[in-house]
Write a protein that binds this ligand. Structure first.
Ligand SMILES: [Mg+2]
Length: 120
């Protein structure tokens, strides 16, 4: 069976009406926060791009603003999920402590990803 890309997308994309029927206020909050994280990450990346690619001075006022914006949305997402920043930081320490024995970086350890089951 062959299908052109536009028809495939039309067939497979979940209809907006169905999403609107199924979504609840909690889901809407999670979506708001997750979209916010992505948007603010893009704004931060743009600030770094201007420094690295365009060779402009780094606008630290903007960087601090975007990092603050990211913190806002990350905290909102954590609250929506009922988890704490401390839980996330500890999970990150645990993961990277497994990946990088003695917390020492190497390219080999980065590639081996000892914290992940094979294939992930
Ligand atoms: Mg921003």
């Amino acid at each position: 069976m062959t299908i052109n890309h536009a028809d495939m997308v039309n067939a497979l994309a979940k209809p907006g009406e169905q999403i609107a029927e199924e979504i609840n206020a909690d889901d809407a909050h999670l979506m708001h926060m997750a979209i916010g994280i992505s948007g603010e990450a893009g704004e931060l990346l743009d600030a770094i791009k201007k420094r690295v690619i365009y060779r402009k001075d780094l606008d630290m006022v903007n960087v601090i603003e975007e990092l603050g914006d990211l913190e806002f949305y990350m905290e909102g997402l954590r609250q929506g999920l009922g988890i704490t920043r401390e839980q996330c930081l500890q999970a990150n320490i645990d993961k990277l402590g497994t990946r990088y024995k003695n917390f020492e970086y190497s390219n080999e350890k980065a590639q081996a990803r000892a914290d992940k089951p094979e294939g992930q």
